[in-house]
Design a protein around this ligand. Structure first.
Ligand code: PMM
Length: 265
């Protein structure tokens, strides 16, 4: 999944693709690099970020979703708002990527269930302006699993089909660097929730800390290393800024797994 942030303030590429034409061109470039899905978002979730208005979010994402879907892309919309999800669906999006897992908008799960859209439910504890204070767990793996199981059950109860539901541990969202690594080391526990997994590690702060404070755009090699390991573990998708190297890594893992006679382990 390639990221198209139509925002002025996302942590790694904020402002690069705020203009509609640049965002569309970027999405087309990510497709040419081998993205299977392009994820269009109009609201930054960077730690400390404030909300944007509904009108602003709609104005940012709809023309980009429309153009990329018209070009044949599989488009997901990165939003916490049911109204944005439904409008994006009208414009051609087929997946809703909700970082709040349905907690940000009480209407989201029912809206998605009625529309037949795919749904990615991420682990989330609160809006970006407060989430850093919420990184308190008894046992981060057990707690994130239990909370994501709750979101899975709520999504299924709302009528979202199990086959349309993907879960995401939400790296960096109410999680410290150490907690991100612990979750990555224990993905099997998340896989036991019975749904495909998506992981968004691309250029995140915990990688910057590993790399002696290197800035976001210089964290892609480390992200590719992680993608390779995650592909070996059979995750459904990785959400990344730079696509080509990730698509290449996944091709290598898939080819090697085929040689070994089994699926991707
Ligand atoms: N991370 C960001 C935004 N959206 N969606 C999902 N499902 N998982 C993530 O980890 C995730 C996300 C923040 O990263 P960005 O500002 O670079 O888009």
């Amino acid at each position: 999944m390639g990221i198209v942030n139509v925002t002025p303030d996302s942590f790694s590429d904020g402002g690069d693709f705020l203009a509609t034409d640049r965002a569309i061109a970027h999405g087309l470039d990510l497709l040419a690099q081998g993205a299977d899905i392009v994820d269009v978002g109009g609201e930054s979730t960077r730690p400390g970020a404030a909300r944007v208005s509904l009108a602003e979010e709609l104005g940012r994402v709809l023309p980009v979703v429309d153009a990329l879907a018209a070009a044949g892309a599989t488009v997901s919309v990165d939003t916490m708002r049911a109204e944005v999800a439904l409008a994006a669906s009208e414009a051609g999006a087929v997946i809703v990527n909700d970082v709040s897992g349905g907690l940000g908008d009480p209407d989201m799960l029912a809206a998605v269930a009625g529309s037949g859209l795919g749904y990615i439910a991420m682990h989330w504890r609160g809006q970006s302006d407060v989430m850093q204070d919420l990184a308190v767990y008894d046992d981060v793996v057990a707690d994130v699993c239990a909370e994501l199981a709750g979101r899975r059950d709520a999504a299924l109860a709302a009528g979202i089909a199990a086959g349309d539901l993907v879960l995401d541990p939400g790296l960096g969202f109410a999680k410290t660097t150490a907690q991100n690594w612990t979750l990555l080391a224990n993905l099997d526990a998340l896989a036991d929730l019975g749904q495909p997994l998506m992981v968004g590690a691309s250029r995140k702060r915990f990688l910057g800390e590993l790399l002696a404070g290197r800035p976001p755009k210089e964290r892609d090699d480390a992200t590719v290393a992680l993608t390779t390991l995650l592909a070996q573990r059979g995750v459904w998708a990785v959400r990344t800024h730079a696509v080509r190297a990730h698509a290449d890594a996944i091709a290598v893992v898939t080819r090697l797994a085929g040689e070994a006679g089994g699926g991707v382990q």
